[in-house]
Design a protein around this ligand. Structure first.
Ligand code: DC
Length: 225
């Protein structure tokens, strides 16, 4: 039996991959995997239960028992994230969870623990997968791979605006600094570092708005499928 097709969109934080992946999944009527949400949900659990990352056995024991659910009501919807019977959809977006997610993402056992879970999302009619290592490790045989980049300053501004819209205040300088640290860790870790697969299509979104990125991606996708 043929496997369902996959399109991967990888890149650093606030490069636009989340928004575009979701728009694309909706447009195609495909499933949507927000792999960062799984890392963020694990991070939420670790922070909530004050788990020590240095005790790897205890950490893995904890993560094995942690019940994370991603619930999308319709195909292509961004999932609601539940853990310990709590809706943590909003909580996981805080930078505290992003930072911890990045620390967890640098631990090989943690990545191995969720590898199959991510691959299991590959279902018909197809999957759009968003993350850091979707095209390199999780779905190396994906039909189409994109890698988004954007200047750090621009990405920090986007994150700053997103936070303001949510009523969360922050300084642009702090956001940019935290972003640099997180990108640095994600790009330089030993396992599955965030990097473009050799066969990925690179898109620099620095000077592009969302409709412009989406139409470029859609054109490529329609040409392929
Ligand atoms: O995409 P995001 O900002 O929601 O991801 C949060 C962190 O999770 C990111 O800084 C690193 C980690 N992550 C990862 O290591 N691999 C992925 N495929 C997705 C996220």
């Amino acid at each position: 039996m043929h496997q369902a097709p996959v399109i991967t969109i990888d890149g650093p934080s606030a490069c636009g991959k989340g928004t575009i992946s979701q728009m694309l999944a909706k447009e195609l009527g495909w499933h949507f995997l927000d792999s960062g949400a799984i890392y963020r949900a694990m991070a939420w659990g670790v922070l909530e239960h004050k788990i020590d990352l240095d005790d790897i056995d205890a950490l893995m024991d904890f993560l094995t028992r942690l019940n994370i659910e991603l619930k999308a009501s319709r195909l292509g919807d961004s999932p609601q994230v539940w853990c310990d019977n709590k809706d943590i959809t909003v909580a996981i977006r805080l930078e505290e969870c992003g930072k911890m997610a990045s620390r967890l993402g640098a631990i090989p056992q943690v990545r191995a623990h969720i590898l199959q879970r991510q691959r299991d999302q590959r279902e018909k009619p197809g999957l759009v997968a968003d993350g850091r290592d979707m095209g390199t490790v999780v779905f190396p045989d994906a039909q189409l791979k994109f890698y988004f980049t954007a200047a750090t300053r621009e990405r920090a501004k986007r994150r700053f605006t997103q936070l303001q819209e949510k009523g969360i205040n922050g300084s642009l300088r702090d956001i940019e600094q935290e972003m640099r640290e997180r990108d640095d860790r994600d790009e330089h870790r030993e396992v599955a570092p965030a990097k473009p697969a050799p066969d990925s299509i690179m898109i620099d979104t620095t000077a592009m708005d969302i409709p412009a990125v989406f139409s470029q991606v859609l054109e490529i996708v329609k040409e392929y499928f």
